[in-house]
Design a protein around this ligand. Structure first.
Ligand code: NAP
Ligand code: 8YV
Length: 319
């Protein structure tokens, strides 16, 4: 039997591609080669994407035989899910398997920015220790944490913060009384009451610039922002301004508005810790994500129940 053809978006993780290659004929998306794409498009039955991939409705419409779109990542804000559903194509993602890693990195950023770990490391490596000590840091244990988005990862961050004896409050669109944490109806109201504001919502239009100048003002000159969600959730210009003018104390950032570009103003700031969208980047988790994304692709293409469809597809495709 001939192999089914899968189209792979740019920068999809090699572990996922390697798994796909064991069963399918894998083709790289070539947006600049219209002729190659025209020849390929009618054969494609599966589309493999990553959490940061942009898959517009126009691409989905170009693939008349498409039966399955499997995303390596829990976030899928770059995928035109309504267009996929209109074409009868289910979309899956990889929730849960990366929750621990992302929560771990959120706590790592909290600790790094508060305890100045990058500066401390440089202090030792550059031989500056004999000349004196670093400025004092900010105590994390017992501080007040505010979580914007109390889903799978937000709750995992709360569990870690609780182990640091932090008080926990949160904001979401729908209150979660079962959490037992104090709820605030807006990010600004939450920011005004906490020392560390950790952002972990989905990206997309619904959360664009949820963290704006007003929220940063409310967080205040002793407050720290940590963003492990999507760059789009924070108004990056307002954040650079706030950090420059001392409106907030510092920030730990894993995600940015225009990745992999990061505003150079941030590179120079000593009260900022920057990581390259790596919250789920461990061997163990990336393998688990690849396994799940691959299993979803196989299920979708063999008519079996999908393991982890995106919520919109649970309602719309009967899976
Ligand atoms: P989830 O379980 O769906 O949780 C999302 C949470 O965000 C829910 O509590 C939801 O509550 C809340 N939310 C949604 N819209 C909101 C809004 N407008 N205002 C306030 N809260 C809002 O998702 P998850 O598994 O925790 O993942 C969350 C996100 O983390 C992903 O979508 C992805 O963007 C990001 N992520 C980043 C990395 C990384 O490498 N940095 C890795 C993995 C995931 P309500 O519905 O009640 O509002
Ligand atoms: C990955 C992510 O870096 O899951 C997500 O939403 O942002 C990260 O886990 C990404 O999906 C890799 O493509």
């Amino acid at each position: 039997m001939s192999q089914l053809d899968i189209l792979v978006m740019p920068k999809v993780h090699p572990l996922y591609i390697a798994a796909l290659k064991t069963v399918y004929k894998v083709h790289a998306y070539q947006p600049d080669d219209a002729q190659a794409m025209a020849a390929l498009a009618p054969k494609i039955v599966g589309l493999a994407a990553g959490g940061e991939s942009v898959v517009p409705g126009s691409l989905i419409a170009q693939l008349p035989q498409l039966k399955m779109l499997s995303v390596f990542g829990v976030g899928y804000d770059g995928i035109d899910v309504p267009a996929a559903i209109r074409q009868g194509v289910p979309v899956t993602h990889t929730p849960g398997v990366l929750t621990d890693d992302v929560a771990d990195l959120a706590m790592a950023l909290v600790l790094s920015v508060a305890r100045q770990l990058p500066q401390a490391d440089q202090h030792v490596r550059q031989g500056l220790w004999p000349q004196g000590a670093l400025p004092l840091g900010r105590k994390v244990s017992g501080a007040r944490m505010g979580i914007v988005g109390l889903g799978r990862i937000g709750q995992a961050i709360a569990r870690r913060a609780a182990a640091f004896d932090m008080s926990i409050a949160y904001t979401t669109r729908n209150e979660k009384p079962e959490s037992g944490f104090k709820y605030y109806p807006s990010a600004a109201a939450l920011a005004a009451q906490v020392d560390f504001l950790v952002v972990i919502t989905p990206g997309g239009a619904g959360t664009r610039h949820l963290i704006n100048a007003e929220v940063l003002q409310a967080l205040g000159p002793k407050g720290y922002l940590v963003n492990v969600a999507r760059g789009s959730v924070v108004d990056e210009e307002a954040l650079v301004q706030a950090l420059t003018k001392g409106v907030i104390a510092g920030a730990g950032l894993d995600v940015f508005a225009n990745e992999p570009q990061v505003p150079e103003a941030l590179w120079r700031m000593s009260n900022v810790v920057l990581t390259p969208h790596m919250a789920s980047a461990t061997h163990q988790t990336r393998q688990a994500m690849a396994d799940l994304a691959f299993a979803n692709m196989q299920a979708g293409l063999s008519g079996k129940p999908l393991l982890t469809p995106v919520p919109e597809c649970m309602a719309n495709t009967g899976h």
